[in-house]
Design a protein around this ligand. Structure first.
Ligand SMILES: Cc1cc2nc3c(=O)[nH]c(=O)nc-3n(C[C@H](O)[C@H](O)[C@H](O)COP(=O)(O)OP(=O)(O)OC[C@H]3O[C@@H](n4cnc5c(N)ncnc54)[C@H](O)[C@@H]3O)c2cc1C
Length: 275
């Protein structure tokens, strides 16, 4: 169903798991579908979506309800879903099947816990708007940790053969590497933390600092970075200072924050105490 303010066209769906597979020891692909997704156009892999995860003990998440003008009705006081941000890894309009790749980082967070115990038929809410996952350029740097791998993989698949550049993906070790298929001339480097905890390594920043980023070609380069919040900030500051990047040349996103769940982190950002 399409809900909310008609100008913003939020797609809000109750979906069910149709399959799941472990791509690597800590990355699980979960495919969901609903009849409401069949035939949807413009849902491009690599864009983000919100997951509405049922509370423990609930079969289905409680989804927002909108009035005829598209305004949200007051939600119930209890039992609201946990909301987490993920990436559309792939989408098949003909079948309405949408795949999401989850980093399994333990059962502390509701999303990782849900993914770890998922079953065929499990329910989930999804909410998303359209969008495009990257900007057209001739030279690309795509860099991130494992949470960014779904977006990096999707972008790589969409880049034309004429695109050049580099990709850095930080993972725990060689067992987390995936086979990625793409036609662009992008050199992919897997960076192994080798025993360092996720969110505590500087390996991605070091790789970016020594990357041969073309200078003075502001019309054609595009740098996409997504990783843990502190690392994103350090990398963003470095790139802006070192290359004097224009706004449109850099997309640097904090995908999670070490030691803080997504709700608390988002609250902190909205209060303005963290960029
Ligand atoms: C635009 C966007 C797209 C994203 N796409 C994806 C995606 O496709 N796949 C994906 O796996 N993640 C993705 N993420 C990251 C994901 O939203 C966060 O990892 C989120 O915190 C997971 O929710 P949770 O309920 O499992 O943990 P939370 O309840 O948010 O956090 C619980 C604890 O786990 C820690 N934590 C959170 N994530 C990780 C992690 N990856 N490794 C180690 N510790 C962690 C937190 O610091 C906290 O201490 C994306 C984030 C954004 C902003």
């Amino acid at each position: 169903m399409t809900s909310g303010n008609p100008k913003r066209q939020i797609i809000l769906e109750l979906v069910q798991v149709v399959s799941f597979i472990d791509l690597t020891p800590h990355m699980r692909r979960i495919t969901v579908m609903s009849n409401g997704l069949i035939g949807l156009q413009g849902l491009i892999p690599g864009i983000h979506l919100k997951l509405l995860i049922p509370q423990p003990g609930q079969e289905k998440p409680i989804l927002p309800v909108f009035d005829a003008e598209g305004q949200p009705l007051p939600p119930p006081e209890h039992g609201l879903p946990s909301v987490r941000t993920y990436t559309v890894r792939s989408f098949v309009p003909e079948t309405g099947e949408l795949a999401i790749d989850f980093v399994l980082h333990g059962d502390e967070g509701p999303a990782s816990a849900w993914a770890t115990t998922v079953q065929i038929g499990s329910y989930l809410g999804i909410a998303l708007r359209g969008g495009i996952p990257y900007r057209q350029a001739d030279w690309y740097l795509l860099a991130g940790d494992q949470t960014a791998l779904p977006a990096i993989s999707a972008i790589l698949e969409q880049l034309p053969a004429s695109a050049n550049g580099l990709a850095f993906v930080e993972i725990s070790d060689a067992t987390e590497e995936q086979a990625l298929y793409y036609k662009a001339n992008i050199a992919l480097h897997w960076l192994h933390r080798n025993g360092i905890e996720a969110g505590r390594s500087t390996i991605l920043e070091e790789a970016i600092r020594s990357a041969p980023i073309p200078e003075g070609r502001s019309d054609v380069r595009f740098i996409w970075v997504a990783t843990e919040s502190s690392a994103t900030k350090r990398i963003r500051d470095y790139l802006r200072m070192r290359y004097q990047l224009a706004h449109h040349e850099l997309h640097a996103a904090a995908y999670w924050k070490l030691g803080m769940n997504e709700d608390t982190y988002q609250e902190m950002r909205h209060r303005g105490s963290e960029q």
